[in-house]
Design a protein around this ligand. Structure first.
Ligand code: G6P
Length: 603
């Protein structure tokens, strides 16, 4: 949610440097953007509505050269996306960019108005800026001023700040919103994440809550909450700048779907020996809580079915924003599995902190190395899926499901529930997963034909039972996110309790039935929709005779049959591709769907 970058250095190219960083951060928000450049010792602002290309156009003039800049790409929280509300904000001697939410901004604003301060925008950020400026009038020590102001802020923030009287020095601080400090040979950086700086340096430091970084052209100093200088470990980024490029694909989403065969194969091969995974002693836990948001929560749903069906451990799955504010029965015998691609989602992080406070064992499944959730959980398993740029997650989701499958298999082994036969079948699936997923991806005639049938529809329903229902939820979300077609996922047996009233002649129903035990039940539910005129797309497995489905299925997709530990990944890949093709036919901005952002660091 919102991306920030700052650069100060020997190069006179700060404008290009921060624009490159902003483009890499654009997945965090893209409704407006802005930059503050120090030109002839004066801080000058440029802002534009919409994507970063619009800002870039305003900065075409080659005479705009600077060696210091802070910049921002916005996902609006307070105030509509327009130039006035876009960051950076300026008040008196302070210019800043912000990621997060200042929850008590109205109180602070009222107070400042009484002191004679005036405001231009509707944002909480301008209030933070004005408050800093207000403190700076009496507290001339910049570090003390930042500390004092931040103490008054409730909520979350990552700030990059310029002071008018020291315009080539960037100050940066954070609480509950991510911020890293990059160290380059030609200059220094502050950025929301590593992608902001990777084109220029791979060396970075993590800034902890309340610490302040002071960046000059050739030095980075970090101060703790008492303004004492501290030494920080310099880390080396594990991802490279090329992984952040489309590499010939039309969209990041398509590239990331094509990476799934290798990512999942790698997980199944390397994680079998993963130390953290082996270390988890399931006999210690009476129950498991899985907590996450969005697609990560849907991955958790698959995990729940697998855990309960195969290990008999009771599992609940909760949306993090619900979990954190409702009474939870957590104790030392609870394993709380926190799932997050970014490792920064605000609600998921808060749920993790709650679980830790209640003395649960916390296990994070995270993609971004060194992210807050990864650092704060007692145990962490990385999905190692590589950077995911498209806002709609694909390989992020399947890699989470793959890790959950491995966890369940491990728990089964520990409990003596994994038969030799099943183990061998699973290992065979692991061996073949690359070619199975490739086969699904390459068979584009089928998902392109489905997309053609769907792209002009207004409402689409997904139905399934058990794990297939969990997959319906993800397939439906994917479609909604990127194509803007209304869609709902229903447990197949539940449809008749109300929603079937929406089925009309030609309404598309995508039914998933991959579980042999539930197959006939789901087929009955498809028949019920067919009897009411639905156009049915039936997704099943190739161990069954597709010819017999003609009576109830208009289009049948037969996917390779695997064990339950791999099947969800196979099924969801085609759902991702259907959503992608539908969105493409509708001319949508697939990688940057409207109103969404990838890293949701506000609650
Ligand atoms: C956003 C993204 C989703 C993602 C969710 C949780 O809504 O658009 O794709 O599933 O956040 O993100 P996380 O990083 O915690 O997995």
């Amino acid at each position: 949610m919102c991306g920030i970058i700052g650069y100060t250095g020997k190069s006179n190219n700060a404008k290009e440097i921060v624009l490159t960083g902003l483009k890499n951060l654009e997945y965090r928000g893209y409704d407006s953007a802005g930059i503050a450049l120090t030109l002839n010792n004066k801080i000058t602002l440029f802002k534009s509505k919409g994507k970063i290309v619009n800002l870039e156009e305003k900065l075409m003039d080659d005479s705009i050269n600077s060696s210091t800049a802070i910049a921002h790409t916005r996902w609006a929280t307070h105030g509509e996306p327009n130039e006035i509300n876009a960051h950076p904000h300026q008040s008196g001697k302070i210019t800043l960019v912000h990621n997060g939410i200042i929850e008590n901004y109205l109180d602070l604003k009222t107070y400042l108005i009484k002191q004679g301060v005036t405001f231009q925008s509707e944002t909480d950020t301008e209030v933070a800026c004005a408050y800093l400026n207000f403190i700076y009038q009496t507290q001339k020590d910049k570090l003390k001023c930042i500390h004092e102001a931040c103490q008054a802020f409730r909520g979350s923030y990552a700030f990059a700040i310029l002071f008018e009287d020291e315009p080539e020095v960037i100050y940066a601080t954070r609480k509950d919103s991510p911020l890293i400090i990059g160290i380059g040979s030609e200059g220094n950086f502050a950025g929301s994440d590593i992608s902001a700086i990777l084109d220029y340096t791979s060396q970075y430091m993590l800034l902890e809550k309340g610490e302040i970084a002071r960046l000059t052209k050739d030095q980075v100093e970090i101060f703790d909450e008492n303004n004492a200088p501290i030494q920080k470990e310099i880390k080396q980024a594990t991802w490279s700048a090329t992984e952040y490029k489309k590499n010939g694909f039309e969209h990041f989403m398509l590239k990331e779907i094509h990476e799934e065969p290798s990512v999942i194969e790698q997980i199944f091969h390397s994680h079998l020996a993963d130390e953290t995974l082996q270390k988890i002693d399931f006999s210690k836990f009476q129950e498991i809580h899985i907590v996450a948001c969005g697609s990560a929560m849907h991955a958790g749903m698959v995990g729940k079915y697998l855990f309960q069906n195969y290990t008999k451990i009771p599992v609940t799955v909760d949306i993090a924003s619900e979990y954190r504010y409702n009474t939870q029965l957590i104790n030392e015998k609870t394993l709380v599995i926190i799932i997050s691609q970014s490792g920064e989602t605000a609600d998921t992080l808060a749920a993790l902190r709650l679980a830790k406070q209640e003395k649960a064992t916390t296990l994070a499944i995270v993609n971004v190395v060194g992210s807050t959730i990864a650092r704060e959980a007692s145990l962490c398993i990385y999905t190692n899926a590589g950077p995911e740029i498209a806002v709609a997650t694909t390989k992020g989701y399947t890699s989470q499901v793959a890790i959950l499958s491995l966890l369940v298999l491990n728990a089964m082994k520990q409990k003596g529930l994994l038969s030799k036969e099943l183990e061998q079948n699973v290992l065979k699936d692991f061996e073949n997963i690359h070619s199975i997923l490739n086969q699904v991806i390459k068979n584009d005639t089928i998902y392109k034909a489905i997309a053609k049938r769907l792209y002009q529809q207004n409402d689409i329903f997904f139905i399934g039972r058990g794990i297939d229902y969990a997959l319906c939820m993800e397939g439906s979300l994917k479609l909604k996110e990127i194509s803007y077609i209304h869609s709902e996922a229903y447990a197949a047996g539940e449809l008749k309790h109300g929603t079937i009233s929406l089925i009309e002649n030609g309404t598309p129903v995508i039914a998933i039935a991959t579980n042999d035990k539930l197959f006939e039940k789901t087929v009955s539910n498809i028949e019920e929709t067919k009897a009411r005129g639905a156009y049915t797309i039936f997704i099943t497995t190739d161990n069954l005779n597709a010819d017999s489905f003609e009576s109830f299925s208009d289009i049948t997709v037969s996917l390779p049959k695997t064990t339950d530990f791999v099947q969800p990944i196979v099924v969801v890949t085609i759902l991702q591709l259907i959503a992608y093709e539908v969105a493409k036919l509708r001319g949508c901005d697939i990688d940057k769907p409207k109103n969404l952002a990838k890293s949701v660091t506000v609650e």
